[in-house]
Design a protein around this ligand. Structure first.
Ligand code: SF4
Length: 151
């Protein structure tokens, strides 16, 4: 069984949000490993996360990872930008709010508890994003936290 998972903080939170939505993760057309990471996180909360803002274990087989760089784009801030730039912005804010840094290691359960305690206002975390989407994200994330923490 895998005991460590190198992961971007926002990838972890997206998976917890998906748990709140009741989503069954399966293989994605991009070829990335969100479904595998989600299963590991769900079944093994003792898994040690090694936090990174660089491409993580989810990214490794993704068709948008080229020469070690994510070449995808996103409309998340309301206009088209490189996804890597957006991800680094959000991951940087998450690191700051949680008092963590790249290379820090803690279990999935510990990270989840810390995120629920310290993540704070999502509208400023995702300040550039569509507010309605953030409202939906907030509800699903709260549900996901409760499910994962067994409440
Ligand atoms: S699109 Fe980019 S960030 Fe997302 S899994 Fe692929 S390489 Fe990683």
């Amino acid at each position: 069984m895998q005991t460590t998972l190198r992961i971007k903080p926002h990838h972890f939170l997206d998976i917890i949000r998906d748990f709140g939505e009741g989503r069954e993760h399966g293989p994605h057309p991009y070829g990335h490993l969100v479904h595998v990471a989600a299963r590991t996180i769900r079944e093994h909360p003792e898994t040690v996360l090694e936090l990174t803002a660089e491409p993580d274990e989810i990214c490794l087989p993704c068709r948008f990872l080229v020469d070690g760089n994510c070449i995808d784009v996103t409309q998340s801030p309301g206009h088209l930008i490189p996804k890597d730039r957006w991800n680094r912005l959000i991951d940087g804010r998450i690191f700051e709010r949680l008092g963590l840094k790249e290379g820090d290691r803690l279990t999935a359960l510990e990270f989840c508890r810390l995120a629920r305690e310290r993540l704070g206002d999502l509208y400023s975390l995702y300040a550039e994003a569509d507010r309605d989407k953030t409202t939906r994200r907030r509800g699903l994330l709260e549900s996901g936290f409760a499910i994962y923490l067994g409440e």
